[in-house]
Design a protein around this ligand. Structure first.
Ligand code: GLU
Ligand code: MG
Length: 424
């Protein structure tokens, strides 16, 4: 049948969905300059689709401009159209960055870190998800049987990642029913967030071609096992030298890394509304789920909000330096990786700027907010968050999320899980 190549350009928005528009591939040179048309209220599309509330009305024009460094072209060689898309920035029509652009929010977080410390963040976002092509079987957690019965999904997914320029690190059956996990190689933070978006989309694209789904919703059943999005981070100086590990420092961390972690913990109740941004995110953040419940940094503990990760069979001190990383565990797949990593960066940078210290070891750890509503209140009242977002973006974000809460308010817990599994 007659066919012409199409390219999609989009961004991962407040709802954590990749949204944008397509154009004929032959138009790429001009689209790289003028992008595709977008409007302010597009950002207010809820996770469920409809715009429930918007400060922008129907007015205004913007453009999503493809970033040549964030192009994906993956041909699955099954006769289906190639996955050809760009991630991009939402700009004003004069080319300047729009104040509510999620990707630019992350860029601004990077700049805050660099300004506070001269350091940069290297990161990788690790995803858990449910692959519907597997039937659940008792005893399947981490099993070879579950690994085998996902059939060709894993191999095609890993090949698609590599073809998309993402270096796969591991693919495994996880603890929950039909749950899998994928990890990829770390990159500079903007690239790491692009790769997180691409990783989710390649999982979905692969599952779609096999007649199934990859579901990244934080919880599929009320009492189940959560899908986390764990953010592994390390600091590098301007010359690229690792700056996270000091064998003589508390937790083995350098002064800068300690202050960065202290900043993240300090702001955690407020940034939770960005990293764990759905009502059901808070079903995951409950006891006995290997997910965090309090504001803490712990050495090698998977129940912590921030975990100091182990170093595996390091041959020498340099390799220890390179491997050493911190893991932020209060995030899930309902979040835009740009927003989640951006918020963590701003918080960490503030910790360095203000020379914050970790909470005393013997102090009782503060509980994480128990609901999205509670987290949004913390966010709204945080002067730091107000400054990072600016008034327009903060108002838009709060309205977006509060409208989602209003919409889902009457749902039972099982209805909530069902509805979120449909959209993520
Ligand atoms: N599934 C857990 C979560 O929701 C994490 C399990 C693990 O440590 O990999 O974060
Ligand atoms: Mg895991």
């Amino acid at each position: 049948m007659l066919r012409e190549d199409l390219i999609f350009v989009g961004t991962c928005d407040i709802a954590g969905h990749v949204r944008g528009k397509g154009f004929p591939a032959v138009e790429l040179p001009s689209r790289l300059r003028k992008g595709i048309g977008w409007t302010h209220s597009n950002m207010m599309q809820s996770a469920f689709g409809p715009i429930f509330d918007t400060p922008f009305g129907t007015a205004g024009d913007l453009m999503i401009v493809p970033d040549p460094a964030a192009e994906v072209r993956v041909d699955f060689e099954d006769g289906s159209p190639a996955e050809h898309f760009f991630l991009g920035d939402i700009r004003n029509t004069n080319g300047s960055h729009w104040e509510c652009c999620p990707r630019d929010f992350l860029r601004r977080g990077n700049a805050a870190l660099e300004q506070a410390s001269g350091l940069r963040l290297i990161a990788t976002l690790e995803h858990e998800f449910v692959y519907t092509g597997n039937l659940d079987r008792p005893g399947d957690s981490y099993s070879l049987s579950a690994f085998r019965r996902q059939g060709g999904f894993g191999e095609t997914f890993v090949a698609a990642l590599r073809a998309a320029g993402v270096t796969p690190d591991s693919f495994l059956p996880e603890y929950g029913p039909r749950q899998f996990e994928v990890t990829v190689a770390p990159q500079a933070s903007l690239h790491a967030a692009d790769q997180a978006v691409i990783t989710r989309e390649m999982a979905r694209a692969t599952a779609h071609r096999l007649g199934h789904r990859a579901i990244f919703s934080p919880m599929l059943v009320a009492d189940g096992v959560g899908n986390g999005m764990h953010i592994h981070m390390s600091l590098r100086d301007a010359a690229g030298v690792p700056a996270t590990h000091d064998p003589s420092g508390p937790f083995g961390l350098t002064r800068a890394a300690l202050q960065f972690a202290a900043g993240v913990l300090h702001h955690l109740p407020a940034i939770c509304a960005v990293t764990a941004p759905s009502p059901i995110s808070y079903l995951r953040l409950t006891p006995n789920r290997w997910a965090p419940t309090v504001v803490d940094l712990v050495q090698q503990d998977r129940g912590a909000a921030m975990r100091v990760c182990p170093v595996f069979a390091a041959g020498d001190a340099d390799e220890v330096q390179r491997q050493f990383n911190l893991e932020f565990r209060v995030a899930d797949g309902a979040a835009s990786p740009y927003m989640a990593l951006g918020a963590v960066l701003f918080a960490g940078a503030d910790g360095i700027r203000r020379c914050l210290a970790l909470p005393p070891v013997d102090a009782k750890a503060t509980a994480l907010p128990r609901s999205l509503g509670a987290a949004l209140k913390e966010m709204e009242h945080s002067e730091a968050v107000q400054a990072w977002f600016g008034p327009v973006f903060l108002d838009a974000y709060l309205r977006h999320k509060r409208a989602e809460l209003d919409y889902t308010n009457e749902f039972s817990v099982s209805e909530l899980c069902h509805r979120y599994a449909e959209i993520y």
